[in-house]
Design a protein around this ligand. Sequence first.
Ligand code: GLN
Length: 275
Amino acid sequence: MVISELKKQIEQMLLDSGNEDFQFDAREIVREVMGRCSEDKAVTDTEYEKCMQMAGRRVKGEPLQYIFGRWEFYGYDFFVGEGVLIPRPETELLCEKAIEHLKKSGGGFADLCAGSGCIGITVARQTGEKCISVELSEAAFYYLQKNILCNNAEKLITAVKGDIFDEEVISAIPDDSLSAILSNPPYVNKRDMENLQAEVRYEPEAALYGGVDGLDYYRRIFKAYDKKLKKGGLFAVEIGEEQGNAVSLLMEETSYKPLIIKDYSGLDRIVMAIK
Ligand code: GLN
């Protein structure tokens, strides 16, 4: 069997399971196992078995990112697996806004609800600024630490294991010390949790569910961290596409003048303000 035949077989398996991205997924699986090579290259038995095992997991609905155990975000590789949110392309926008700001202002920043660490690590690597990454979940914290090491960010990131609303975590950060506070907190509401895509159901509820209206974290985060942000600092959070106005209002309650930024699909995705 050659690669093109293997790919066709996997495509068919995925298509039969109702996968709409069957061509992309089949290509990625073959590339993951065999690397980039020509379509007429012969497939060994071991390679065939590996591909079939991955395709079988994908057929059951498991996300490719968990099957491969890593995923690219902003050109960096992040290890992922059960218990950690998969980095999403739309979150790169939050990084871009933070990088732009920190390149001008300089200074340390925080990534709250850090998960895999993709935001803090990316922004720190791009700017050379130091970051405090806070994550509560045991499983996610493991990936955070691993990703810090694998992306050579040990000197830039301080990983803190704890609840972002825990007084001890908050008081360990000096007041007026941060040039940016970034967060992609859980923001999916109750209704959407019940209608999650099959793949997303594999991801931890703790990283997704933001309470009945999805706004639980935003209700507290601006008040809790306002005093940590320097004047002129950036507070920027990722939001669900229907949360722009509600999150803006919550930010205004803490005397910020928020801006809503749309993602590349034209959906509200970031709310941010300069203190
Ligand atoms: N963007 C994710 C989703 O819709 C949610 C991430 C989050 O809650 N921070 O699946």
